[in-house]
Write a protein that binds this ligand. Structure first.
Ligand code: ATP
Length: 407
């Protein structure tokens, strides 16, 4: 086990394209770190640089205190699990798992048997040890690939989208298994995914990448509650955060449907007439008829017409179209190139109680938890209402949890 430190890592491909831009990231010994971001953001490239499958253009890659930039993959003592399993078809499950141990030379057969057995126990592969990969299900093949990774004592496990070939139910199940296995072994883990559910549920911390740049590294909870910018705010959470145009009018803020005081966190940071984007997550709303007393004390009420509802069993989504007004629309259009398309949507998605009797094409009263709203500068994407002390508290909590686990 070892810590992984990345210092100003750059990857420039032969054609001059920079896939990874000045990324510095510290992964603690025993930590489960997720690399997440949309397709092409550079997460796989970064993982491949850790493992040594890709040259590093500049910067330092340090594993267990040693700079490994020039070290061959086999000398870095890491285990990698790929999306396509990469099993040997002619070998049994047992021999596939034993493979890295046989390469180590000098290990007694008895020792190999015991270690393969331990890995198979952990991954519930005991009944299948004599089978060939062709006779296994996708989930079982992925378990064999993981068995092969955990059978050796390594500095770190590296996972490249290991669950993306599996169906949704199996993915959910394997997620818990990976979590349990990582907790039990306490091995530093770096896990690449584009699936934000995996990112939120698996990792101690999540590093969000966009176009080769690191955006934020934080616990899932901090990313969700205190995103540094619009990109992170919009990428984490499903359905994504709503971005509503908000115009400053003196000490008030005018949004579609709503008018509220400029939040204290933004005071002094905004000017009269300024256009901002207000971020409110779908779960920051409720059908006003179903509010409990605690919620009624805070937030704001508004009336709106829903055009589509989706009933999910435990909740429902309601879609509310809105118009931003000509002037605001014009300003947003000018910013379009810098904004993510999410920000230019003209519908609000709200998540409300399954008990709601709300009907399509009817006006209804809603409640918005405006105290949890974030305000973004549409020019820079910066979250101007991020609560640094709340964020620091969440980071501290995460660190304590990791320390407890590693003790
Ligand atoms: P995905 O989820 O689609 O795998 P990713 O975030 O893992 O995406 P990478 O595979 O790391 O992205 O690629 C990052 C960027 O680098 C992409 O824009 C890709 O087109 C580019 N890229 C990858 N390999 C090369 C190469 N050999 N030469 C030039 N550009 C490359």
């Amino acid at each position: 086990m070892a810590a992984i430190e990345m210092r100003n890592i750059v990857k420039e491909y032969g054609d001059g394209f920079k896939a990874v831009n000045d990324v510095s990231l510290d992964i603690a010994d025993g930590e489960f770190m997720i690399l997440v971001g949309p397709s092409g953001c550079g997460k796989s490239t970064l993982l491949r640089m850790i493992v040594g499958l890709e040259d590093i253009t500049s910067g330092d890659m340090v594993i267990g205190g040693n700079r490994v930039n020039e070290k061959a993959p086999r000398d870095r003592n890491l285990s990698m699990v790929f999306q396509n399993y990469a099993l040997y078809p002619h070998l049994t499950v047992f021999e596939n798992i034993a493979f890295p141990l046989r390469l180590q030379k000098g290990l007694a057969e008895e020792d190999i048997r015991r270690r393969v057995q331990d890995a198979a126990d952990m991954l519930e592969l005991n009944e299948h040890l004599e089978r060939k990969p062709a006779n296994l299900s996708g989930g079982q093949r992925q378990r064999v690939a993981m068995g092969r990774a955990i059978v050796r004592e390594v500095n770190a496990f590296l996972f490249d989208e290991p669950l993306s070939n599996l169906d949704a139910k199996l993915r959910g199940q394997m997620r818990t298994e990976i979590s349990r296995m990582q907790r039990r072994l306490g091995t530093t883990t770096v896990y690449v995914t584009h699936d934000q559910t995996e990112a939120m549920t698996l990792g101690d911390r999540v590093a969000v990448l966009r176009r080769g740049f690191l955006q934020q590294v934080a616990s899932p909870r901090e990313l969700y509650e205190q995103p540094v910018n619009m990109f992170v705010a919009g990428f984490i959470g499903s359905p994504p955060m709503n971005f509503l145009p908000a115009v400053v009018a003196g000490d008030r803020l005018k949004l579609p449907f709503l008018e509220i005081d400029v939040p204290a966190a933004a005071a002094g940071r905004v000017t009269d007439g300024q256009l901002l984007l207000a971020g409110l997550r779908p779960d920051h709303f409720e059908d006003a008829g179903l509010l409990d007393d605690v919620k009624r004390q805070r937030g704001a009420l508004f009336r709106a017409r829903v055009d589509v509802t989706e009933w999910l069993g435990d909740a429902q989504y309601a879609y509310i179209p809105f118009e931003a007004g000509d002037e605001v629309t014009k300003q947003l259009a000018e910013l379009a190139a810098e904004l993510d398309s999410e920000a230019l949507r003209t519908q609000l998605v709200v998540k409300i109680d399954a008990m709601s009797r709300l009907r399509e094409n009817q006006e209804a009263q809603f409640w918005a938890d405006t105290r949890r709203m974030h305000l973004f500068d549409p020019r820079t994407g910066e979250n101007i209402t991020r609560d640094e002390s709340a964020a620091a508290e969440l980071a501290q909590l995460e660190q304590e949890k990791l320390q407890e686990r590693m003790a």
